[in-house]
Ligand binder design. Sequence first.
Ligand SMILES: [Fe+2]
Length: 444
Amino acid sequence: MTVSIAHTQTLDAPAGGVRSVTDARGALDALGRHLASFQSDGTTQEYLSRLCDIVDRLAVEHAGMAEELLGVYEQLGVVFEMTGRLPALHREADVFSLYLDCLRRSFSSRTVFVADPFVLAAGGSQEANSICADWIDRIVFQAKDGGRVVVEHPPSKDDESAVAEVMVGPIFAGSTFVCAIVLVAKERDDTFQSSDMLLLESLNMFCGDLIRSIRLVNEVREMSLDMVRALVNAVDQKDQYTSGHSVRVGYFATVLAKEIGLKDEELRMLRWGALLHDVGKIGIRDEVLKKQGSLTKEEFDHIKEHPVRSHQIVQEVPQLAQALGGVLYHHERYDGKGYPEGLSGEDIPVHARIIQIADVFDALTSNRSYRAAYSWEKALKILEEGAGEAVDPQFQLLFDRIIHERLDEKTDGWEELIATANRFARREEDELLPGANHPSQASE
Ligand SMILES: [Fe+2]
């Protein structure tokens, strides 16, 4: 394209045309030089000058938009990564660990830590302890009270040597304050932009929603557990001699399952199965369940219905589908002489073989209407005699070892163990298991 300026003068447009703000500015500069080469009037020069101002302003806006776009891109990247790893996160601590990791990558030149009295008290942030100053605490409260991201400079020259600027963003789970994220810029030429504030605000909101979801899931989980415990208690209460039996079976079965190597979801399902294995006794006639003398064949057949009845009850809960095998087959025997189906050896589901050992052990060590409780040593001996016939021989060996390790040479070991088993299925259930990563475990 050629622009005609005068009959005798021509100006070539930039090769490739005007495609960007920079191109436009270059074209205007060329036009200015061209006009200067001959006598143009003042109005033309002024129009040109205004045009240059407009293009310069556009250039600044363009640069700002590019930076903002980059911020949004980073934000999307972090959110995408977090949502991708979301299904694996079940604990708030895991969310924070992942979140801080993402923030440290997004704000690579800045120090990032969580400001929260509980986290700090737990030694959660050495960085915070080294940098934290009273004035940062004040900003944390300011951000919390205002519910927004706050950026501030150090108030005194002393603080400026370590910190150039601080950005603090609160995290709320619904309306509940969880903690604040503190970002520290140490260099003067690396302070925070509005896009950084926007990024932190959006990510904190996302993180807060995540925490809220986890808390809701945990509440529902606790509620389910409460309901199961109530149900299990109702069954156990039918017979004073079986009071607490299911909970203790849950404990012993879980201890053995951990030793066998069951983990995570499978361990959880085993635990549900063990807690619910006798729930079908709710449908067994009281006079049969509580009968002190020997049972008639009809009465014994009636009692033998309970694993199937338990199975029918538990299968109504689709989330417990993986627990059904342990429930239905916990009275099978390794030699195939058990019930309800007469399965043998490894055809009996692993969960059922585990629950069976725990069930027999607790029954032997508990008082019954027809006999006093056996000692744990005698109960282990009876299990040993039944290895390969009544119970899985390998699981029996493992169980024998676990109990001996816990009780040998401990005077009050049995009382302590039973007290621990009786507390199983309460909220602190995970803390009761050997090897649990919890401070209270240190004494066990
Ligand atoms: Fe049973």
